[in-house]
Write a protein that binds this ligand. Structure first.
Ligand SMILES: [Zn+2]
Length: 397
């Protein structure tokens, strides 16, 4: 079977220190001879020492020699506020969302995806910090609104209602007061969900709720069309970092539509990560922000999704099923993101977790992965296990 891997390296946020080229090269040299790697994603700390060739330039040269594509990892509707002022999101009741900073070494303040100034801001930061580096492509992250896990409760998910967004709803004949009414009504399941049809498609009791989520996804898609056009004109290939299908509607991601804009997608299928995008973390946040008694709403939502409530770790069979469904509905190749880094209390990743995960995927015919989300913090034993499994003499893949 053909197996293809993408490596991901986190160099730090926009305001953070970057990493040394030596550290990157050492780590790449330790795995590249053994693994079928075709792409490396790296970002997004700007280089501080401008008089020297940067970590990105040197990595680009290193990868070009080996015929490996090099993607700049770049956040779109979050993070950019660190580098520039951004217009913030406004909730359903007209209140601005305060920033929630620094989760997982990243800044999770989101901005309004409909404000052209925020889109210009993305291009400005790219031009200023990265345009001189010979990347093959760009890997766009945070192409979304806040999730339940961003500390705003429901307010972040039921946004944005700034004057510009209000005008957009009006053009679409959507009345936010209908959404307010829907959210204040007692419902029999989280947000009045009546069914989960897979591939991120839910049905809701109240049409105002489903209409709202469809509009959010349409707005993100429109802004992404514009952003992708800009990078396509530079001759870039494009990858997207996206939420798992069952979480995607709540953050404004219609995965099937988005798949038409890019060359590959990586759903973050992080079963162990207790940080944003991590499946257990996001699911718990969703349940916490729903009205009603925890045990009851958990039982209802798990049943809707078909999730096993008795698993110690996030349900692997469900994760594989979600990924398979996504692959069938996607217009571009899909590489599920599997954690390989170990971060204390946040992503306690050990070799057995990686093996169990990769084996379950390959048994379902899924052989392409993004080893996420930071190669530099992946312990040797984790990398050794991956080489044993999918390396030159590997038993799977
Ligand atoms: Zn807005």
């Amino acid at each position: 079977m053909d197996c293809e891997l993408i490596l991901q390296i986190f160099t730090g946020g926009f305001s953070g220190d970057t990493v040394s080229y030596e550290a990157v090269e050492k780590k790449l040299l330790s795995v590249l001879p053994d693994l079928p790697v075709r792409k490396v994603i790296m970002g997004w700390a700007p280089d501080v020492i401008r008089s020297h060739r940067s970590v990105y330039e040197k990595t680009a040269a290193f990868l070009a020699k080996r015929n490996i594509e090099f993607f700049l990892w770049f956040p779109v509707f979050s993070e950019t506020g660190v580098a520039r002022d951004q217009s913030p999101l406004v909730d359903l009741y007209g209140r601005r969302l305060e920033n929630s900073r620094d989760q997982a070494g990243e800044d999770f303040a989101f901005c309004c995806p409909n404000d052209p100034r925020n889109i210009e801001n993305i291009f400005d930061i790219f031009e200023r910090e990265f345009s001189s580096i010979p990347f093959t492509g760009i890997f766009l992250d945070k192409i979304r609104y806040p999730s339940f896990a961003q500390g705003h409760g429901q307010r972040g998910v039921f946004s944005c209602f700034c004057p510009r967004c209000q005008a957009k709803y009006e053009r679409e004949n959507f009345d936010p007061r209908q959404l307010q009414k829907a959210l204040s009504r007692p419902v029999s399941s989280p947000f009045g969900i009546t069914a989960y049809r897979g591939s991120g498609v839910y049905t809701f009791e109240d049409p105002a709720v489903s209409e709202f989520f469809s509009l959010k996804a349409a707005f993100i898609f429109q802004s992404m069309q514009q952003i992708c056009q800009y990078f396509r004109e530079k001759g870039f290939k494009i990858g997207f970092d996206v939420f798992a299908p069952f979480l995607s509607p709540f953050v404004g991601q219609d995965l099937a539509s988005l798949s038409r804009l890019c060359d590959f997608m990586k759903p973050m299928m992080y079963r162990i990560t207790q940080a944003p995008a991590g499946l257990p973390f996001e699911l718990e946040a969703l349940l916490a922000e729903t009205d009603g008694e925890y045990a009851i709403k958990k039982q209802i939502f798990y049943e809707l999704l078909g999730l096993d409530p008795h698993k110690n770790m996030f349900d692997l069979a469900f994760t594989v099923k979600e990924t398979s469904g996504f692959i069938s509905s996607s217009a571009c190749p899909v590489y599920p993101g599997v954690e390989i880094n170990r971060k204390k209390n946040m992503a306690e990743v050990y070799p057995d977790y990686i093996e169990e995960t990769l084996r379950a995927y390959t048994a379902a015919g899924i052989n392409n992965f993004v080893l996420s989300w930071d190669l530099l913090s992946a312990p040797e034993e984790n990398l050794d296990r991956i080489c044993e499994l999918v390396g030159n003499r590997g038993t799977i893949g």
